[in-house]
Design a protein around this ligand. Sequence first.
Ligand code: FE2
Length: 644
Amino acid sequence: MYRVGTLFFKSAIAALVFGLATTACLPDVRTFVPSAAIGLQDGPMVSRVGIGDEGEPLETTLTFELPGLSNDRRPAFARLVVPSRDLRVAEEPLHIVIRSKNRSLDWAIPDSWTIPQKKRPVQVPSGDIRALLADAEELDERLVLTVTLEPSLDTTRPGDYVEILDGGDDPNQRPRLEICENVEDTFVGTELLGRPTKDSVTVNLISLIPLDVYVEYGTRARAYTWAVGKTRTMLPDVDPLLDRTPVEPIELKLAGLAADSEYHYRVRYRDAGGGPYLSGKDRTFRTARKPGARFCFAIVADEHLQNKLLHRHEEGLADYRQTLENVAAAHPDFMISLGDFAHPELYDGRDAVGQFEAHQRYLDQRSYIDRICHSIPFYLVLGNHEGEQGWRLDGTPDNLAIEATLARKKAVPNPSPDGFYSGNEKDDAFCGKRENYYAWTWGDALFVVLDPYWNTIRNPRRSNDRWDWTYGKEQYDWLQKTLHTSDAKWKFVFSHQLTGGTTTYGRGGIECAKHKVKGLPSFEWGGEDATGQYVFPEKRPGWTHGPIHDMFVREGVTALFHGHDHCFVHQELDGVVYQECPMPGDEQYRDRFYERGKYELGHHESSPGFVLVEVDAEAVNVEYVKTNTEGAKAKAVYSYTVTK
Ligand SMILES: [Fe+2]
């Protein structure tokens, strides 16, 4: 029996490193690989399940030894996951039958799993197969389950099959049986807070099984005054072609709260089949601060978790976990990630194949941020690697931009326009409200989050034209209106990168914000061409509020917080702070991108760490809290104060 490095195992490692007691809401999945590989042991072998070109059925039998499990107790959840690099199907989905001794279940695999680049197998999960465990037999004091995967002969055509890899030492190249013994083990997303307002907050939870859930909340721990909840049941006939995630997230809005107050809450849950309700831990949050109140918030950027997982960068992962602990220790009102967070787009490896895999990458991140964001509301600013670029759209739902958007919306409760938040009001085809740009007021500060990707419909690296980087006119007009109509003393803007940049990849800070800084073209951001000519009116006809930087100066923006360049750089231009924010975990990059971004000005520090911003009516204090995993207490290595 192996315990392999799946998402769930990573979660368990994260739990250990955080030194937390096992709570009711930590995922703990037991993973078993077949007792005999279906292929050779010295490398992955391929077997196929489906129907061969000559009409012959193709089947595979898998035997799992299950030490430590017994037939007396039915687990809360079980599924098969098979690694595959090839799926051939004339008309999706491919229907497979999973058969045990006396039972069988259907498994529909959509062809969105077909992999364009064969670098890394797709992990194809089945639905819940716990019913088959009743056929496990006791052999030598341990349970043994044998299942056969065979084609559904009614619907499978000759030449349709899914390949299954097996063999070798790489656990990602072996089929496996994943079992959650208890209901609390089924949480792949524990409590995550989002969308805090002056009178509410939203809790997001994701379980692999249908649950009954409610949340108790009030102003004192374990003496809750109110409850909100609803019963969730997974539809057994959910169409795998339309909904490619296993279960919907559970999102509950805790409402009717007073502004500028601390609240406690606790999640209560049980298997939708019944049984007693279990309890999560007591958690806390704050509603929006009133003007004049002192508060702080945290910023992280460019987590690049998928790269660290793919290359097993343990040091980078440890740094990331330590940074999150340091964030929690600072007790911020909320945490903002500047993007390149979940990485459905992956330059190293491959893009996520379909919504399910994009969702898995978000769940990988949930196993990290959930450690602190049960009590620190989270906002996501989209990065390029979130994969939601306009140039990927093709008029269908079958592209990464749409699939990644849908996956993100299930895992991260970003704000939609309501009485507290303004933002993108549009309903986009296939994904509805995009929750990609939004603004809110907290204490004496206005927060504005921007998205430079959805409206960039030509890839500037391909077109070699940095004028292609754009927020789009709708977002631009909303930005101007939002800044102009706010009477907040401090105005903070958040964008993964600038539109333009020192390179076609959109790198850099003030060096490319105006031509006068380094004699560079400034594009949409500064409105100038390579010779310094002001060409904004021709390049952006009808954009009457001028280039972005000029608007920031005119509307009194305090600071732009940007990421993308993986280091800390504090700059200032025309009274506006430009703060490039560091990675929370950094092993592979170090300072490469400081040079790649062609930074020359301002104060520079390397990653990893986070930015802590303290705000009150008199001043804004910005600190770089650098991460040190060698036991030293986290400390601010650099700080500055902005006053008015
Ligand atoms: Fe980036």
